[in-house]
Design a protein around this ligand. Structure first.
Ligand SMILES: [Zn+2]
Ligand SMILES: [Zn+2]
Length: 340
């Protein structure tokens, strides 16, 4: 079968790879679409600490079941499914105490073992979820990143009518904005330094700010008469954002770290003290949240239509990361069409 394989730093190749072997208590999933994630970009760059070549990448996939071995969960050929891609060790303290999504040895399908940018994969039945018929394949491929947002909304203790500022207008930032609007936020401000991304958010009806040179802090100060916003979602992973978050949140407000920072950052901890702010981490999602997201995606599917900006056939996907890196091509969420 064809697969997109991480071959070496800065090189992915479309290869013919041996078909995965059948497993018990698993289903053969014929892939339809698989999303490209920031993690995949890090793998391609050779900067992911765990990913080892050769590796079939992709953890945001939707497909159709062709065969089931086991059948204890009632799946049958023809069912359209997405997969909870987390692999937890089961023995560490977080695993033993009900939080396996923050397992000390957390692994993911498509990072630590072969993933979804391929013709098919055998996936354990207990991580599969059936997709609502009303959801298109393209939107179903967004369930995994949307689950990240469901987690971070829970972690942020966001409450209906809270105001929110989102740093970073990439796929995660935009999905956060969509989820907040659908959840009754009183005001949503989204910032980036990429004018094309800001333009897209503006078109979708969000308040946008160019965050260059402290522009976001100035904007929020003016807009709130210096009071700050209820919740800050840091979705950029950029160093300068870490120093701004405490200036954006109100006294008693929450700062949720949705985006992953790859290095230690300076943060103004004095402001956390003086303003009694809560700085909270968020990592992937629980299985319960993933399950909730499957139906949530169907409920908000009209808004999700705008997130996918490019679809690339699997057989022509060797240059997909060059396309994403090309500033002349405005990409937001890119999907691989595994059927073409
Ligand atoms: Zn992802
Ligand atoms: Zn564990």
């Amino acid at each position: 079968m064809k697969a997109l394989v991480y071959a070496a730093p800065s090189r992915v190749e479309v290869r013919d790879v041996p078909e995965p072997q059948p497993r018990d208590h698993a289903a053969k999933v014929r892939m339809r679409y698989c999303g490209v994630c920031g993690t995949d970009i890090a793998i391609h760059a050779g900067k992911h600490p765990r990913a080892k070549a050769p590796l079939v990448i992709g953890h945001e996939f939707v497909g159709v079941i062709e065969e089931v071995r086991g059948g204890t969960r009632g799946f049958k050929p023809g069912d359209r499914v997405v997969a909870y891609p987390l692999l937890s060790c089961g023995v560490c303290l977080p695993c033993r105490t009900g939080t396996p999504h923050v397992c000390e040895k957390l692994k993911l399908i498509g990072i630590d073992c072969d993933g979804g940018m391929a013709g098919f994969a055998w996936v354990d039945e207990d991580v599969l979820f059936k997709v609502d018929d009303a959801l298109s394949d393209r939107i179903a491929a967004l369930i995994e990143p949307l689950a990240v947002i469901v987690r971070s909304l829970h972690q942020s203790r966001y409450q209906v009518r809270d105001s929110a500022v989102i740093i970073g207008a990439g796929p995660i930032g935009l999905l956060t904005a969509i989820a907040l609007r659908r959840s009754g936020a009183s005001r949503i401000v989204i910032s980036d330094v990429d004018e094309a991304r800001l333009g897209m958010c503006h078109t979708l009806g969000y308040e946008t700010v160019n965050g260059k040179n402290g522009g976001l802090v100035n904007f929020v100060n003016e807009a709130t008469k210096g009071e700050g916003m209820d919740v800050v979602f840091e979705c950029s992973g950029v160093e300068s954002a870490a120093l701004e978050v405490t200036k954006l949140a109100r006294v008693g407000g929450t700062i949720c770290m949705t985006g992953i920072h790859k290095a230690p950052r300076p943060v103004d901890l004095r402001e956390i003290n003086f303003k009694e702010q809560t700085l909270v981490g968020s990592r992937v999602y629980t299985k319960r949240e993933f399950e909730q997201t499957v139906s949530y995606a169907a409920q908000i599917r009209d808004d999700l239509e705008h997130v996918v900006t490019q679809v690339v056939p699997l057989t022509k996907s060797a240059g997909i990361f060059d396309m994403i890196a090309d500033p002349a091509i405005n990409t937001l969420k890119v999907l691989v069409d595994c059927t073409a």
